[in-house]
Design a protein around this ligand. Structure first.
Ligand code: SF4
Length: 81
């Protein structure tokens, strides 16, 4: 969305500083939540655990530098650890 589109979209919603502050606080909560999601292999639906490895990679164990951070195919299993 362009800046002009955001301005047009926001004009009807944010008429007071309080509305802006509330929207900002909500976004900050969402960002904190997104930052709290661990995106390593351990929380990926494709990971079967040590000895089973990554199902997407034919059962290979992810390399040590990938295991803690995951890859672009990471898919959240919704388990928060
Ligand atoms: S994050 Fe990538 S490498 Fe790790 S288990 Fe998921 S798909 Fe496999």
């Amino acid at each position: 969305m362009t800046h002009a589109e955001l301005m047009a979209d926001s004009a009807a919603r944010y008429n007071t500083k309080r509305e802006i502050a509330l929207a900002r606080a909500d976004l900050e909560r969402q960002i904190a939540f997104l930052d709290s999601i661990h995106t390593g292999c351990g929380s990926c639906q494709h990971y079967g655990g040590r000895g089973i490895g990554c199902k997407l990679a034919g059962g290979q164990e992810p390399p040590d530098d990938v295991l803690p951070v995951g890859c672009d195919s990471w898919l959240w299993d919704q388990i928060p650890f």
